[in-house]
Unconditional design. Structure first.
Length: 447
């Protein structure tokens, strides 16, 4: 069991100059020791943010820290540990089980009763406890025996029981962007005490770019990759500059040109969508693989698949949207690398499904009329006569109730008088001219 207790601002990750520390992995040595070193999560931890102020003032509520690996969940816990005057207990759901947890909770209860001392309990990988096991926390959180800080890579809506969620503040930590990763990488290369500053190693711009891409939002993964690359050339004369081919050789990974915020992002997603639209599963799988290898967010791909299922398949196969929705849910819950299987399943289904954009073309045409014709009045027979005055004004008069008179209901009109006879849904032969005009609509996202 991984456990740490202290009543005087503990340091979960002591940064001494001992030989054991110097042998620790680079990612561990470079773990931020203060908020100034903690980069990439400014939306929740900037100086003016409520959570940061609560931590600084030692008023931390129960928290659920949710984010991908390497985004700073455990580091944030260590910073909270430095600031609190409470007893801080670190517990891993991977290394320990419920019996050990119950012992800690009983100790926390006695501590509060005897000395009034608060306990902050950090539970790493809290989703490893099933929902029945998570019930063990509830009475201790409710009584104030513990302040719970849980860390998870899984969506807490699905993996943490509702009573705990309702008593906690969910803090979402995002994958680190390239700027934040670059800052962390540069600090690791320049820091002479904890990092590689004394090694005389520098990176070419392309090697730096490749390592940032290798991290893919995960600082730990990037620093682990950097340390391995440097170790391959440790015997080389110092100082030395590591270039892109050396990084590729060490990591056995070719650099794929993919800028998540630039033109290539739109080029690849366009190729992906058009391959599915043309019923080519091989092309769709390849372009999706390119995006995944380049570091694209898999949820972005899954979202585009959901749009595609209605835009290009529609009523030709209504199951398509259900499949795409299930894929998005799987990606959200499972995450990479396993979620690539779910994505491949969805892509091959959507690519080989029959296609129809009739529903999509229909809403575009209907919106065009709604915009150009203005506020056309609702026909009287379609209005609801909720008062006697409305009934006297013929609201609802001559309306045919479909369940009583299906033939009559089918014969009555359901459009404003000015649009009678207009056809929006054309499942067999949508008008090419309308389609061309629709694709130029200013509010449509064009691939």
């Amino acid at each position: 069991m991984e456990l740490f207790e202290s009543t005087s601002q503990p340091d979960l990750f002591p940064q001494s100059e001992s030989s054991s520390h110097r042998q620790a992995p680079l990612a561990e040595r470079m773990r931020p020791q203060n908020f100034e070193e903690f980069v990439g999560q400014e939306e929740v931890l900037a100086e003016d943010q409520p959570l940061r102020m609560a931590i600084e003032q030692d008023r931390v509520p129960s928290l659920i820290l949710w984010g991908p690996p390497g985004t700073g969940k455990t580091t944030l816990a260590s910073l909270i540990a430095k600031k609190t005057q409470a007893t801080f207990v670190l517990f891993s759901a991977v290394l320990s089980g419920v019996p050990e947890l119950r012992g800690l909770l009983k100790t926390a209860e006695q501590r509060r009763k005897v000395s009034g001392q608060r306990t902050l309990l950090f539970v790493d990988e809290i989703h490893r406890f099933n929902k029945a096991q998570q019930d063990a926390f509830l009475p201790y959180v409710e009584r104030g025996d513990i302040t719970l800080i849980g860390a998870t890579t899984q969506n807490p809506s699905f993996e943490v029981i509702a009573p705990l969620l309702s008593r906690s503040m969910v803090v979402v930590l995002q994958s680190l962007n390239d700027e934040a990763l670059g800052h962390i990488l540069d600090r690791a290369l320049s820091d002479t005490k904890r990092g590689l500053g004394s090694s005389g190693v520098t990176l070419t711009p392309t090697a730096r770019y490749l390592l940032i891409g290798y991290g893919n939002g995960d600082a730990r993964s990037m620093l682990t990759g950097l340390e391995f690359v440097v170790s391959q050339y440790a015997a080389t004369k110092k100082p030395m500059t590591i270039d892109k081919p050396q990084v590729e050789k060490a990591l056995k990974r070719k650099a794929l040109r993919y800028d998540r915020d630039g033109e290539e992002h739109y080029n690849l997603i366009s190729a992906f969508i058009k391959s599915m639209r043309d019923s080519d599963p091989d092309g769709a799988l390849y372009w999706m693989a390119r995006m995944l290898e380049g570091g694209e967010d898999p949820k972005f791909i899954a979202r585009r698949m959901m749009i595609f299922a209605s835009e290009d398949i529609g009523m030709a196969d209504p199951q398509g949207l259900l499949i795409a929705s299930a894929v998005f849910h799987a990606v959200e819950v499972i995450g990479l690398p396993e979620a690539q299987i779910n994505l491949a399943h969805g892509v091959t289904y959507l690519a080989t499904a029959p296609k129809s954009n009739a529903s999509y073309a229909g809403i575009l045409a209907a919106r065009k009329d709604a915009k150009e014709k203005g506020n056309l009045p609702v026909p009287l027979h379609l209005r609801n006569a909720v008062t006697s005055l409305m009934k006297g004004l013929d609201y609802g008069k001559d309306y045919r109730y479909a369940h009583d008179d299906p033939k009559g209901a089918k014969a009555q009109t359901h459009l404003p008088k000015e649009l009678e006879g207009r056809k929006y849904y054309r499942p067999k032969d949508p008008s090419p001219s309308d389609e061309e005009e629709d694709l130029n609509s200013p509010w449509l996202f064009n691939l």
